[in-house]
Design a protein around this ligand. Structure first.
Ligand code: NDP
Length: 523
């Protein structure tokens, strides 16, 4: 097996890729932090553990389906288990829906659409959405802990990003619910009907909010299927709907494997399909509903270029690059997984990046100091390991800081590859993990050519002090979202989405509403 360098520069076997199993390795990492004394002596120091309490979440042993405002048992009589990826311990049993359950959920959504929601005044719909936003804020700590328990993401991210942004989407779309005629003047905006929504495991609550908030604001009813590895926040959201007195059937949640997602999107009484997930499943859904009159939006994978010019604000760029790829363990469709650095600064930039990587704290997701949590599921960890091995085999140089990984759970070290060929799998395929491929360029034209050399087109980043260069790059980068001197910024008012293999349609902003409205043939 190949050898690689750790942060001390020493050669070690590929155990860097292997999870540590030493019983004396605790949760959290050895911190490389130290104080420099006047005489040049270094005094190491360590963060004290700062675990968030998991007691704020009361889990039941089992969760049924949420259909017609009630929790119901699956007709299959079967249940599956959702686990905590940081410990591999079971959290709860989850209903495995059948095709008959899907049918019941869609009927329930249709009844609610006809009976109440589709004809309810916008100002009345808005009240419910405002109420949901407020409840999410009131229960934010509970949702943050739940999201971290079920998904493995660091609590500081679920607390500061996922939950506040989810609430912000309900606030934002609540504001539009009674102003649709102003948003789309002279177009007589009408809801589409029943929306089937299938969401992934990387941002379970946020993806739910991206889909449910605009759908409801526009007057649609929904059936949502969360990913099987992260169903809990959607099932807790069912409780939020009850708390908000949402009319029964306006929101339905079904759980089960991918085939249930497929049965849902193919259901003949569904008018609109919204999917976020892998490109392969997105294509399968596209094929499955081709020839029907269902509206479709697909938000799929990505392989974003983060481009750093030699005049960039370097400290900010380092932070932006780190945030771009290690946020949510890199399990982000718009992650800046390909770094392009201008050749004149490449060596020093990479050295500084390595130093910064060595300060990242990998470990217990519930610890408030953790930067990189657990990989969401075993299959995803295996995929990351496989692609990293492929990068080594293809001749790229790997760097991983010498941090200890927890003894249990699915963890992977922050990883950086240099000497990466454009054709390498790690430069072309979506890894969906904490792995950064570094490439270089000399001129803006070369940066553009390399950045656009991908099957994806979701996001990109540009770091430079020249406004004119930003405008030039933005107009030529083939990506749905381009960040300038920042990365991974999300806002409910701003549309998000891609093209090419990254899908089509937009979520967020007015564009996000458009996907749930009939404008007389104009949508
Ligand atoms: P999938 O695309 O398989 O899963 C996303 C959602 O679709 C889940 O709810 C899943 O259900 C459901 N699903 C699975 N198969 C079907 C189907 N045939 N028809 C309808 N719905 C289906 O993603 P994975 O979880 O398998 O992740 C694989 C790869 O996809 C990752 O490594 C990453 O590259 C990419 N990905 C991209 C995401 C993004 O945000 N763009 C998010 C997640 C993954 P279930 O969970 O029950 O299988």
């Amino acid at each position: 097996m190949a050898a690689r360098k750790d942060s001390s520069g020493s050669r070690e076997p590929s155990a860097a890729l292997v999870r540590r199993t030493s019983p004396d390795v605790g949760r959290g990492t050895q911190s490389p932090n130290s104080w420099a004394l006047g005489d040049g002596q270094q005094v190491p120091w360590e963060y004290a553990p700062a675990p968030e309490s998991r007691d704020v979440v009361q889990l039941k042993s089992r969760y049924g389906l949420f259909i017609g405002g009630k929790e119901v048992a699956p007709r299959s009589g079967q249940w599956f288990t959702t686990v905590d990826p940081s410990t591999e311990e079971p959290l709860a049993e989850i209903a495995r829906a059948t095709v008959e359950d899907v049918d019941q959920a869609v009927s329930s959504a249709r009844r609610a659409f006809k009976r109440d929601w589709g004809s309810l005044r916008g100002s009345e719909r808005a009240k419910y959405l405002f109420r949901i936003a407020r409840i999410l804020q009131e229960r934010s700590r509970e949702f943050a802990v739940l999201e971290t328990l079920d998904g493995g993401k660091p609590i500081k991210e679920s607390r500061d990003v996922d939950v506040p942004l989810a609430a912000a989407h309900f606030w934002y779309y609540a504001g539009w619910a009674d102003k649709l005629e102003y948003a789309f003047p002279n177009r007589d905006p009408q809801p589409l009907g029943v929306a089937a929504q299938v969401i992934p495991w990387n941002f379970p609550l946020l993806m739910l909010a991206w889909k449910i908030a605009p759908a409801l604001a526009a007057g649609n009813t929904v059936v949502l299927k969360p990913a099987s590895s992260t169903p809990l926040s959607a099932l807790f959201f069912a409780d939020v709907c009850r708390q908000a007195d949402l009319p029964p059937g306006v929101v339905n949640i079904i759980t089960g494997p991918g085939e249930i997602g497929l049965a849902l999107v193919k259901h003949p009484d569904v008018d609109k399909v919204a999917f976020t997930g892998s490109t392969s499943v997105g294509k399968e859904i596209g094929r499955a509903i081709a020839g029907t009159d269902k509206a479709l939006t697909l938000e799929l994978g990505g392989k974003a270029a983060n481009i750093v010019f030699d005049d960039a604000p370097i400290d900010q760029a380092i932070e932006g690059v780190v945030n771009g790829i290690f946020f949510n363990q890199g399990e982000v469709c718009c992650a800046g997984s390909r770094l392009f650095v201008q050749e004149s600064i490449a060596d020093s930039f990479v050295e500084r990046l390595k130093d910064r990587l060595s300060t990242l704290r990998v470990g217990d997701p519930l610890d408030k100091n953790t930067d990189v949590g657990a990989i969401n599921n075993a299959a995803q960890l295996a995929k990351i390991e496989e692609l990293v091995e492929a990068g080594i085999a293809e001749g790229a140089d790997i760097y991983q800081p010498a941090c200890e990984l927890p003894a249990r759970g699915w963890f992977f070290r922050p990883t950086l590859f240099t000497n990466v060929a454009q054709s390498s799998r790690i430069a072309q395929e979506e890894i969906f993990g904490p792995v950064l491929s570094v490439l270089t360029f000399r001129t803006p034209a070369e940066a553009l050519e390399k950045a656009n050399n991908t099957a994806y087109g979701l996001s990109a980043g540009v770091w430079t002090e020249k406004g004119s260069r930003i405008l030039d790059m933005v107009s030529k980068l083939r990506a749905g979202v381009v960040w300038a001197n920042t990365f991974n910024r999300f806002d409910p008012t701003s549309p998000f989405g891609g093209y090419k293999e990254s899908g089509f349609g937009r979520e967020g902003g007015l564009h996000g509403l458009l996907a749930y409205l009939d404008l007389g043939g104009g949508h």
